[in-house]
Design a protein around this ligand. Structure first.
Ligand SMILES: [Fe+2]
Length: 416
């Protein structure tokens, strides 16, 4: 592990000193990004007020047929997010939803969960602390959705929006996918137990202090932030995260989920801040004179990187609800995209999803698969998550026999 958390204040001061001397005219750069992002935020907020979408949408059939327009690809790159509709037939997603409900009920999940301390402190720094997340990884519907052929095609399309080769090096293989087993959300109508406040995953202080992240954001830390490309894959697969329950240690081009129920604005579901380059603002804002020298605007090790009202209020008006989605639709957001889950579910139906992100084949993800496949075979929680291990004795859990050939490859159980 490259970051010594005990020395964090010192490391932060050093980094700031280094970046300041590199940039030189810090105040000028801060004024530039303030103006740039204020305009971008205003554009998104006013479009939303007019009822226009900022989050690009496309139908899976365009991906299948290789007919996604360059304009749509440019929109996804700009906004760092996409809704891909009809990846799975509605009936299939609805059946999965029912099967997951049966799996949870048959195995008495809720009672078992209530008697255990989850030990998952990932979100304790966020205002909202009890997400409607179930710690199951290996139900048959989850495995079927992950290994579905349309899912693989969708991920390959999204991976290919990135530059995956440069300087004679292949950063990842966009066409081979590693399954990153995540959990499910199952949220009852009327639920007001708070969602998730705005944050991004994939590291907090690491984004400033990890050597590979320093390369990922090299243009930003040099003050040349307009040259920063959020879709440049170089060094992305080499970052090292501070170990913590529920911090993702795989490389994901996009986080994502597959809808099992209809859900949209107000249904206790996802909100996105659809500006792929907004990370620039988060990275440089700590250089402001008003921020203590050993502080990164509230970033804490081993936690989500939160949007903090005191420091990042400028960005907040761009946070936008996803459009209404139907069972079988999928939603995707770049690993640097700020996202939130609405505090209150004011809708009339469950808002349920299976979390499935895109983790293309690279050494980092292949190494994760080795750990994950042991957890799968034993029915334990996936290795990045707190070791609740609910499913060890669950009836009806998926086994290797439920995997297709593609599924086995994606799980590291058979060679590509
Ligand atoms: Fe998240």
């Amino acid at each position: 592990m490259s970051i010594d958390v005990a020395k964090l204040p010192e490391l932060i001061r050093d980094k700031k000193r280094q970046v300041r001397s590199r940039i030189g005219a810090v105040e000028k750069v801060l004024a530039e990004i303030e103006a740039e992002f204020a305009a971008e935020v205003e554009d998104i907020a006013s479009r939303r007020a007019r009822g226009e979408a900022s989050i690009p949408e496309l139908d899976f059939s365009l991906i299948r047929d290789g007919k996604v327009s360059d304009a749509t690809k440019a929109q996804i790159r700009r906004h760092g997010a996409a809704v891909v509709r009809n990846v799975f037939p509605r009936a299939q997603a609805e059946a999965w939803n029912g099967q997951i409900g049966d799996y949870l009920a048959r195995n008495d999940y809720l009672n078992k969960a209530a008697t255990r301390d989850a030990g998952d402190r990932y979100f304790t720094s966020l205002k909202s602390s009890r997400p409607q997340i179930f710690g199951i990884y290996w139900s048959k519907p989850q495995m079927e959705a992950r290994q579905g052929a349309p899912m693989a095609e969708t991920k390959a399309f999204l991976n290919r929006l990135w530059r995956f080769e440069s300087a004679g090096k292949k950063h990842f293989d966009p066409d081979r996918e590693c399954t990153y087993a995540d959990r499910i959300r199952r949220r009852e109508p009327g639920d007001a137990s708070l969602g998730l406040s705005p944050h991004m995953d994939a590291g907090s202080v690491e984004r400033w202090l990890d050597p590979a992240y320093a390369e990922v954001y090299r243009e930003v830390f040099a003050g040349n932030w307009r040259a920063y490309d959020p879709f440049d894959g170089a060094f992305r697969t080499a970052t090292e995260e501070i170990p913590s329950p529920a911090v993702c240690s795989a490389f994901r081009t996009f986080q994502g989920w597959t809808a099992l129920t209809r859900q949209g604005p107000g249904d206790g579901t996802l909100q996105l801040l659809p500006i792929a380059r907004a990370i620039v603002y988060l990275l440089l804002r700590p250089l402001g004179k008003d921020v203590p020298d050993d502080d990164l605007c509230g970033a804490k090790p081993g936690r989500a990187l939160s949007l903090v009202e005191q420091w990042h209020a400028l960005l907040r008006p761009a946070i936008s609800p996803i459009p209404q989605v139907e069972p079988g639709d999928t939603v995707w957001w770049h690993s640097d995209i700020i996202h939130a889950v609405e505090d209150h579910h004011r809708g009339s139906g469950y808002s349920n999803v299976i979390y499935i992100g895109a983790a293309p084949y690279c050494a980092k993800n292949a190494a994760y698969l080795e750990r994950q496949k042991k957890a799968f075979l034993a029915g334990e929680s996936a290795p990045d998550f707190s070791a609740e291990n609910f499913e060890i004795d669950f009836d009806g859990r998926a086994t290797a026999n439920d995997l297709t050939e593609l599924g086995k490859r994606q799980m590291g159980l058979s060679a590509w």
